[in-house]
Design a protein around this ligand. Structure first.
Ligand SMILES: [Zn+2]
Length: 618
């Protein structure tokens, strides 16, 4: 009886504990009202910003921080020197040194009031610290009113005026943006060229701009009937008697707002899955026809991602020719337009996937870039193979990712994936970790738990953490709950260390039973190992050696028939060798191969093969 009540108590405590974990989640909220008056000739704007900021944290705040991103688009700025001191400086950012005064970014704060009274502030590079007139208590909402003037920089990286293809304004990271406050404190990260993080909120934005300009971006246009009309099936701007017109957007439940503007934009729109897909592009350049072909691919991509991950929660998405490559924003993307169709589609697929991984699952890009770039790369690589290349063979989907990672670690000293995005010593190390090693997190998960289970994990992750700020440990917990496995060892090895996977097919020899196969673990990182055995009469068996720390073995074959998938006893830590026997004798075997689909990113695939005379590449 005593034991029973003890267990009951334990169960009760556990459930209370779980409730507390769930209930204790909080995030800040902001409601922005912005009024922006553009001077398109001088590349400046006058801004009025009202922000109602709610402190949902249990802490009393005495200051708040704003990002003023464009302040570092100057010669001799922290952005310039951060780039100069990388091993492989980005040539684009080197151009900062040559910016003339009228090409440099700058914010002038004309007035800042906190709850109606003038507030003091200090600006250092891209960060403004505001001293609060009165403490902001837990649960309170305070008001910040700002009037300011901005010099928009010439586009050097991501945003600014006059991009290389002649788009007038690419307005991203453009407004004074309140930094995020989390259980681990302020995230007032200076802008050093990487991506961003923001407070969940609602935006109401009015932009006054010369009447001939076409705007696209985040949110829903509130006065579309005053602006747009359809003539002969084409969207055209309505005539306007005044010099400027006002574009009024609202964007609920987002953590950023971006827009682009050009007088020569063509707007085309289609409906797919109940959503409006908008395309804004310049009808000149090399391949404007590609922007028409892009539309159906965008619709198919939406459908694909909704099925794989979960519903896209907004009413519109816009693909906009702007910026300097491809970059994701809330409800839209900026993409340069003069590309081959495959590149235009590929970039759209990548940036659109960020609507799920970053714009709804709002992970901190400056701290954990692999969580959004990696997951996005994994899913968009798959989309490109299925929807564009029409390749339905699962095993080849991620070859490019695997090759990039293996190529990098064969030449360079790797850095851990847990580094902040601006802490990498080289841009190349950031790229390979955020995109390829980050994407390979899910490839590894497929090897450990199976493809279907990995897809279940993505859906569970989305369902559990949408409209929040998941941290890496939250992602790991969803993975553990979905797979029923212990995965902390995997997280530690793959994310926090630079250990590599290297197994070797040590020996294939005759035994009493038939053939004895010996595997050797050489690399620092342990993984479950697949061994494919193919006989001379073209029969095959996939043997799976689980890693004991997962506590449960993979039940999916991933490829081929389920009755040819055999799970062996687990490989325990410490043992360098692992042996198993099969009934087929060696003379009847055609080939034996470890990790046939390269899903462990084994750095020496050449020693994974028997007979050892073939080249083994992903
Ligand atoms: Zn990306």
């Amino acid at each position: 009886m005593k034991i029973l009540s003890f267990i009951l108590l334990l169960v009760l405590q556990l459930s209370v504990l779980q409730g507390q974990v769930f209930d204790s989640y909080w995030q800040q909220h902001v409601r922005y009202e912005m009024d922006v008056d553009m001077d398109v000739k001088h590349h400046t704007y006058h801004g009025i910003q009202h922000a109602e900021y709610t402190n949902h944290s249990p802490d009393t705040l005495h200051e708040i921080y704003y990002h003023l991103y464009w302040n570092v688009f100057k010669p001799n700025s922290s952005l310039y020197w951060h780039n100069e001191t990388r091993k492989d400086p980005d040539p684009r950012l080197k151009k900062l040194a040559r910016l003339k005064p009228d090409q440099q970014g700058d914010y002038t704060i004309l007035s800042l009031r906190h709850n109606g009274a003038e507030a003091s502030y200090e600006i250092t590079e891209s960060i403004m610290r505001v001293k609060l007139n009165e403490p902001l208590l837990p649960g309170q909402t305070h008001r910040f009113d700002m009037e300011y003037e901005v010099k928009i920089p010439k586009l050097i990286r991501r945003s600014g005026y006059d991009n290389a293809e002649g788009v007038d304004f690419s307005m991203a990271q453009w407004y004074p943006k309140i930094a995020e406050y989390r259980p681990d404190g302020w995230h007032a990260d200076p802008f050093l060229g990487r991506e961003f993080f923001g407070v969940w909120g609602d935006f109401d934005v009015k932009i006054h701009i010369d009447k001939n300009y076409v705007l696209g971006g985040t949110g829903y246009l509130q006065n579309a009937e005053q602006i747009w009309e359809k003539k002969d099936g084409q969207w055209k701007l309505k005539p306007c008697r005044k010099k400027k017109r006002t574009w009024h957007f609202v964007a609920p439940r987002v953590h950023d707002f971006s827009w682009a503007a050009d007088p020569d934009y063509v707007r085309e729109s289609i409906f797919a899955e109940g959503k409006e897909l908008n395309f804004y592009y310049l009808p000149v350049g090399k391949n404007p026809q590609n922007w028409k072909k892009l539309q159906e691919y965008t619709a198919n991509t939406l459908k694909f991602y909704q099925q794989l991950i979960g519903p896209y929660p907004y009413r519109q998405y816009s693909v906009i020719q702007a910026g300097d490559g491809g970059m994701e924003y809330a409800m839209c993307t900026f993409i340069t337009g003069n590309r081959k169709l495959s590149s235009l589609v590929g970039v759209m697929m990548h940036e659109f996937a960020h609507s799920w991984f970053q714009f709804v699952l709002a992970t901190d890009e400056t701290r954990h870039p692999w969580l959004d770039e990696g997951f996005t790369t994994f899913i968009s690589t798959m989309a490109q193979k299925v929807l564009y290349d029409k390749k339905l063979n699962l095993k080849n989907y991620w070859t490019s990712l695997i090759e990039t990672y293996l190529g990098y670690v064969s030449k360079e000293e790797p850095e851990p994936m847990s580094l902040f995005s601006d802490s990498y010593l080289s841009h190349a190390a950031y790229w390979v970790n955020a995109y390829d090693k980050g994407g390979a997190f899910l490839i590894h998960l497929m090897n450990i738990a199976g493809f279907k289970t990995t897809m279940d994990f993505l859906r569970n992750y989305y369902r559990t953490w949408k409209f929040k700020h998941p941290e890496p440990e939250d992602v790991l917990r969803v993975a553990e709950k979905t797979t029923g496995m212990e995965l902390d060892w995997f997280y530690n090895e793959w994310v926090e260390s630079t250990h590599q996977v290297d197994y070797k097919l040590e020996k294939v020899e005759k035994s009493d039973k038939g053939t004895r196969i010996t595997l050797r673990k050489i690399g620092g990182m342990p993984v479950p190992v697949d061994v494919l055995v193919v006989t001379k009469d073209a029969d095959y068996t996939l043997y799976h050696v689980p890693y004991f720390r997962t506590l449960r073995s993979r039940s999916e074959a991933n490829f081929g028939s389920a009755d040819k998938f055999k799970v062996l006893k687990p490989w325990y830590d410490g043992f360098p060798l692992y042996q198993f026997e099969i009934s087929v004798p060696p003379e009847k075997l055609k080939t034996v191969i470890i990790d046939p689909w390269f899903y462990t990113l084994d750095i020496h695939p050449d020693n994974n093969l028997w007979p050892a005379d073939k080249k083994n590449k992903p």
